[in-house]
Design a protein around this ligand. Structure first.
Ligand code: ATP
Ligand code: ZN
Length: 212
């Protein structure tokens, strides 16, 4: 029997809510976060627990058929994937922030500046659209300390409440994108798998309606 393979974040902000959403959709599977692969007992679904940053690649390669990951990661990895459904959790924004005492009157102030980010592809694309030429420094974590240590003039990072920015003496000046968890799929699924995906999406939509 054909099974749909879904990739979920193994441990992080999206993990619990992803599993919870599947369970609310009536899909039963073992609650053992230490296993990297498990199966649902009442829906043809195989579940893989992976690092969220790797999910777009695994789905693009067909290791998994679908995955739950932040739209920000989908946009940064830029694989040929289809957003099958927005899931309404993991909401945040990708924003540019500058030191709080630094004057800022508009995006043009970023010309010639150094911007530290883990989202270099999204930020480059955005600045290009805006006609800004800045230097992008790709760093993988703790981006918010970069201005304080003289590594950058600004940062672009994920923000939800903004408290991390404040703690680091930064203020948000430009929103580059809004994000939330999404269900992504390979565009070339077999007919059987596409039908399973439709069934899954139908159930996820029912959960969201019931939650509202
Ligand atoms: P790692 O890959 O090192 O475990 P990560 O930052 O990629 O860390 P999480 O912190 O678990 O992983 O974030 C996963 C996703 O949760 C993000 O890509 C984003 O879509 C979403 N998210 C929601 N709110 C926030 C926030 N305030 N900060 C960071 N991510 C957030
Ligand atoms: Zn990650």
């Amino acid at each position: 029997m054909t099974k749909l393979k879904i990739a979920l974040q193994k441990s992080g902000r999206l993990s619990d809510k992803s599993a919870e959403l599947l369970r609310e959709a009536g899909i039963h599977f073992p609650n053992d976060g230490s296993k990297l692969r498990t199966e649902a007992s009442n829906f043809p679904l195989e579940i893989y627990l992976l690092r969220d940053d790797d999910i777009p690649q695994y789905v693009a390669d067909g290791v998994a058929d679908v995955g739950i990951v932040g739209l920000n990661v989908v946009a940064e990895k830029d694989k040929n994937l289809k957003v099958a459904e927005r899931l309404g959790f993991g909401k945040c924004r990708l924003s540019i922030a500058v030191p709080k005492n630094e004057p800022f009157s508009g995006i043009a102030d970023l010309n010639g500046k150094r911007i530290a980010t883990s989202y270099s592809r999204i930020v480059s694309r955005y600045l290009k659209e805006q006609g800004i030429s800045a230097e992008i420094h790709e760093i993988s974590g703790s981006v918010e300390i970069a201005p304080g240590i003289g590594l950058a003039d600004a940062i672009c990072d994920l923000v939800s409440t903004g408290s991390t920015l404040l703690t680091n003496g930064l203020r948000e000046v430009v929103t580059v994108m809004h994000s939330e968890a999404v269900l992504v799929a390979r565009p070339d699924l077999s007919r059987e798998k596409a039908e399973l995906l439709d069934k899954l999406v139908f159930r996820l939509q029912a959960v969201r309606k019931a939650r509202n």
